[in-house]
Design a protein around this ligand. Sequence first.
Ligand SMILES: CC(C)(COP(=O)(O)OP(=O)(O)OC[C@H]1O[C@@H](n2cnc3c(N)ncnc32)[C@H](O)[C@@H]1OP(=O)(O)O)[C@@H](O)C(=O)NCCC(=O)NCCS
Length: 159
Amino acid sequence: MVRPVTPTVRVADGTDVRTVAWLRRQWAEEQAGGTVADAGFDAAMASWWEREHDQRVTWLAEVDGRAAGMLNMLVFTRMPKPRTASSDWPPQWGYVANVYVERPLRDAGIGRALLEAVTAYADEQGFARLVLAPSERSVPFYTRAGFGPATGLLVREGR
Ligand SMILES: CC(C)(COP(=O)(O)OP(=O)(O)OC[C@H]1O[C@@H](n2cnc3c(N)ncnc32)[C@H](O)[C@@H]1OP(=O)(O)O)[C@@H](O)C(=O)NCCC(=O)NCCS
């Protein structure tokens, strides 16, 4: 690990869309190995946010007042079912995605701070579970935060 930093982690709101878009672009350009000239991207991000924000929570990690990373969670609200007063049936679970820390700031605990924010939120809200699809490299990162292999899910890949 490089020198640990203590980021500020906060929930993003509508005024942060450009910052979230900027981080998303950094990530895409890192993957592409250079500039990605997508003139419609910022508008696509703005309309995606408008459409999606009611059912998502996005966290931003900031270091010295500047965005350093993000995490996004889709809140899945289960279909209600009739139940007795005593039955324990958490009505929500979360799908964690878009976990990203700027490359020069990695391995300093910023990602861990983002995961602490989402797991604390899920626990406070009584979520049934959090689910995610890790890259191979990030498996230890998620395992340290309490995630384990999913044994009860099936997946059908797109054709
Ligand atoms: C995954 C990621 C958010 C972790 O952020 P971070 O601030 O470096 O996290 P921390 O400092 O708390 O933890 C470091 C751990 O992250 C993981 N990690 C480091 N570099 C990584 C990379 N390029 N890709 C995926 N995971 C990585 C490792 O598990 C590392 O610990 P380890 O070397 O002991 O195994 C960050 O590496 C990243 O943005 N990677 C690129 C995007 C990505 O892969 N996102 C996750 C997709 S499921």
